[in-house]
Design a binder for this molecule. Sequence first.
Ligand code: HEC
Length: 133
Amino acid sequence: MFRESHKALIALLLVTGYAGYSIHIYTDLPQANVEQHIQVEKGKKLWQSYNCIACHQVYGLGGYLGPDLTNTYSLKGPAYIKAFLESGTNVMPDFNMNNEEMEALLAYMEDMDRTGIASPSSFKLHLNGTIEQ
Ligand code: HEC
């Protein structure tokens, strides 16, 4: 079959291929935006501790006193959301949040917004039963 010199050449090719590929994989890792991630985590904790889900839904799940907030960030914008958080309404309490908390909550809502579209009425229904957002 293979001569000894060919075997060595094939082994060398495999080893360099493996090493090259490994170097490529491990030096090309996506850089996570750590700062942004920390903000989002903080916002998520606030969302939970202020219990927004008691009155609001995410992807249609949650309380039904207020509207679904999954896509509020892109639909109405951060200034609109901030106004609600600062002043509340006669139904929604104002939570006396400081600016830092509000920014974290907005980061969380922006992140949530990126996960998809919440309103099923905007989905396209195919004849085979699948949906398209
Ligand atoms: C006690 C119930 C209640 C809680 C808790 C609550 N909300 Fe609300 N929220 C409402 C209601 C009801 C509305 C709709 C306006 C109205 O009728 O007063 C609303 C409206 C909003 C709106 C405007 C949405 C739109 O599409 O116009 C935003 C943004 C919002 N709330 C964010 C929050 C966040 C963030 C939290 C948690 C920190 C929260 N809410 C907690 C009841 C609540």
